[in-house]
Design a protein around this ligand. Structure first.
Ligand SMILES: Cc1cc2nc3c(=O)[nH]c(=O)nc-3n(C[C@H](O)[C@H](O)[C@H](O)COP(=O)(O)OP(=O)(O)OC[C@H]3O[C@@H](n4cnc5c(N)ncnc54)[C@H](O)[C@@H]3O)c2cc1C
Length: 348
């Protein structure tokens, strides 16, 4: 008998797997490679929603958990995934500069918005109105993290590569059986794949497709992440990750010509040097209408749980949401109403 059978090995699944292992629980993870969100994500973490100048929900707590979580994983897997580099918001006018200073007066945002305007002239970008620097930011190399974590699971015989069959769950008093596996709990972390899950697919997971590029631009010189209508993230050797688009209609994970044109137009608004597209990716972010994660336990089957709805912020949310879910299962700690799936009870 294992403690947790986890469905999904994206950021949500591995965050829960690692939280359980750190608490001496036994796990088994199932994944079918049907979703690509965690593998292609930009990986940025940023405590401020720059479009609306508002603080990300519980940003400070999430950053603290994130720091410790990825640091431990780096040590365990012997890889570097967490890069602490500034995110600079490019200003397009004096008015935007003024709005920055007004926002930094806000008590909640003050710890995250630098008051020093960045006047650096980055080769390849024209920015006459300079930049504002967001503090406590960076990015996680999510592809390396997820792939290395899956290798670690595989080497320890903790990963099964197959599609979870929801109709094969058998319920018993003290455990659930899934084929020949006996588990105390099942945690579903399928990202947008949640729609195939008959136990939780009443939850309003909309999904927002995103596309991004890896470009080569030898003349672009950046040691920071630039954020405007797209982000430009330096990967070294003249390579940059650039993204992302937001599409609420198309729910496939294929790159499209429409996405390509949109990204090209956005890049050309900021970058004034030559570049070449090296790769083009797409994935569906597991977004929720109220922009909050979907965490909790099934109303009828108390051994089935969900960790989903990480939306556009899987890197920051994954580790803390995994701890919240774990504490609610193991220590009956009440979940914050904002993230608890109980808020959608009427939709069942
Ligand atoms: C273009 C783009 C850019 C992004 N940029 C950022 C960013 O800069 N910063 C950030 O924090 N977030 C970003 N995100 C969002 C981030 O990727 C997500 O929040 C996160 O990856 C969600 O993780 P997840 O584990 O819930 O879902 P997923 O990554 O989709 O993982 C779900 C896993 O479950 C598996 N699965 C599903 N159904 C089944 C089944 N029935 N049986 C077995 N396995 C199953 C899938 O194969 C998959 O491996 C971006 C997303 C996109 C698309």
């Amino acid at each position: 008998m294992i403690d947790y059978l986890i469905v999904g090995s994206g950021l949500a699944g591995i965050s829960f797997a690692e939280t359980a292992l750190l608490n001496q629980k036994t796990i088994l993870v199932l994944d079918n490679k049907s979703q690509s969100s965690s593998l292609i994500a930009g990986g940025l973490y940023n405590p401020v929603i720059l479009k609306r100048f508002s603080e990300v929900w519980q940003a400070q707590q999430q950053l603290e958990v994130l720091d410790a979580f990825y640091q431990k994983l780096e040590f365990k897997l012997q890889i570097k995934v967490d890069y602490k580099i500034p995110i600079l918001r490019k200003f397009f006018s004096i008015e935007e500069q003024n709005n920055w200073f007004i926002a930094s007066d806000n008590k909640m945002l003050a710890p995250f918005l630098s008051l020093d305007i960045v006047k650096t002239n980055y080769q390849g970008i024209n920015s006459p109105f300079d930049y504002g620097e967001v503090l406590q930011t960076g990015y996680v190399d999510t592809k390396l993290l997820v792939e290395t974590y899956k290798n670690y699971l595989s080497e320890n015989k903790l990963l099964i590569q197959e599609t979870f069959d929801y109709h094969s769950i058998k319920f018993h008093d003290d455990f659930v059986r899934y084929n020949n596996i006996k588990a105390k709990h099942i945690v579903f972390a399928e990202g947008f794949g949640l729609h195939a899950n008959p136990y939780f697919n009443y939850l309003p997971l909309d999904g927002t497709k995103g596309e991004l590029f890896i470009i080569k631009a030898p003349k672009l010189k950046l040691d920071v992440i630039i954020n405007t209508s797209v982000f430009i993230l330096p990967l070294g050797n003249g390579l940059f990750k650039v993204g992302a688009t937001y599409n609420w209609q198309d729910k496939t994970s294929f790159p499209t010509d429409e996405g390509k044109s949109e990204l090209l137009a956005r890049i050309n608004e900021i970058v004034d040097c030559e570049f070449e597209i090296i790769e083009h990716f797409a994935g569906v972010r597991p977004t929720v209408r109220d922009r909050k994660p979907l965490i909790g336990t099934h109303h009828k089957f108390s051994r089935l749980h969900i960790l989903n709805g990480l939306g556009t912020r899987g890197v920051m949310l994954g580790p803390s949401m995994a701890i919240h879910l774990f504490d609610s299962i193991e220590h009956q700690k009440q979940l914050d109403k904002a993230i608890d799936i109980k808020r959608y009870d009427k939709k069942r």
